[in-house]
Design a protein around this ligand. Structure first.
Ligand SMILES: [Mn+2]
Length: 353
């Protein structure tokens, strides 16, 4: 078996494409003084790792000082551990003076997707995202969007390789975990480039750090949330719905939706709950004929002020809560979700009788 040399280049075509992107990225960035790189709100590991990689490239390759920031909070215990264990330099956007920057980057989301906190009028210069491309992203001087990659971290790792740079240990670990978590261990929605970059990053990654990120200490609220999630879960044929009520962290809906999909016989799961005046919802599916992203966008139709994102197997959205009738909104979303499966009028059964 051939040994894996750490700076092994990617397959020829991929490398040529990544080099061309990198050259354009540097061309756009050079001459600027300070870059702000933003993740999507309540960032997941892929978003966080991608932002750090872009900041690294801007500093090392284009000579531009860069700061990573995020909107919302880092809620999931694994994600908090990622930042803590690797000492990642990311700050809440609320602590950033936007006026101090002259270059703006957005990763793992796009300007016209409503799940980030950049001010609406602000022009974004750099957009890198693996989600389906939006036409508005073409307004950015540099955009690399879409492409069926399982993770934005894959795109950024290929840039680091194309730059011939050795990724620092923390960055390599974050990118590795970004690919691993977004593709569920290279199991869901991945392409060859995801595997290739995952393997390239592996020798650089800090395995002990990875272990403590994947098995973090958990706050007591976490166990309470799971306890009530199991009690509240209702089954409708191949679909499971968990209306969690108030959340202690907004990204809990994603984790619970994911968890519930592992229930025997389930093909669809919906978890929803409220946090900070908004309704958060998350959908997962293992049904290859259906598209979670499309379903969630349909659920958002006619509900103004919301934002939705996602693709085939996973999607999420958030909606502002009306002053009165928060419960009604949750109930209406659940009803619409069930209607999509023709089970709208059935009662469903409790997971835990
Ligand atoms: Mn992603």
């Amino acid at each position: 078996m051939a040994s894996v040399t750490p700076l092994r280049p990617p397959p020829h075509d991929d490398l040529a494409i990544a080099r061309a992107h990198l050259r354009r990225l540097y061309d756009v960035a050079r001459g600027h003084k300070r870059a702000l790189v933003l993740t999507h709100d309540n960032p997941d590991p892929d978003s966080m790792a991608s932002a750090l990689a872009l900041a690294f490239l801007l500093e090392r390759g284009a000579g531009v000082r860069a700061q990573v920031a995020y909107g919302g909070i880092i809620g999931r215990a694994e994600n908090r551990a990622l930042v803590r264990v690797l000492k990642l330099a990311a700050v809440p956007l609320s602590r950033v003076d936007i006026g101090a920057f002259d270059l703006f980057g957005l990763v793992d989301t796009q300007p016209s997707i409503g799940n980030h906190s950049l001010p609406p009028g602000l022009h974004v210069d750099l957009v890198i995202d693996h989600h389906p491309p939006r036409v508005q992203s073409q307004a950015a001087a540099f955009h690399d969007v879409g492409g069926e990659f399982g993770a934005t971290s894959t795109i950024l790792a290929s840039y680091v390789r194309a730059a011939g740079l050795r990724p620092p240990r923390a960055l390599a670990t974050a990118l590795f975990y970004g690919i691993k978590s977004d593709t569920r261990d290279l199991h869901r929605e991945f392409v060859g480039a995801d595997v290739d970059n995952y393997l390239w990053l592996f020798p650089f990654a800090d395995k002990a750090a990875l272990a403590s990120i994947e098995h973090p200490e958990l706050p007591s609220e976490y166990f309470a949330a799971y306890h009530s999630a199991y009690e509240k879960a209702r089954l409708y044929g191949h679909a499971v719905v968990v209306d969690l009520g108030e959340l202690y962290a907004p990204d809990l809906v994603a984790e619970i939706a994911e968890r519930m999909l592992s229930l025997e016989g389930m093909k669809w799961s919906l978890a929803l709950g409220t946090y900070g005046g908004q309704l958060f919802l998350s959908v997962r599916t293992s049904d290859r004929r259906m598209n979670a992203g499309r379903l969630v966008r349909r659920l958002m139709d006619g509900r103004p002020g919301g934002s939705a994102g996602g693709h085939g197997a996973m999607a999420g959205a958030r909606l502002p809560l009306p002053k009165a009738g928060a419960r009604r909104l949750s109930a209406a979303v659940v009803r619409d979700f069930l209607r999509a499966f023709d089970v709208g009028r059935k009662k469903g059964v409790k997971l835990v009788p």
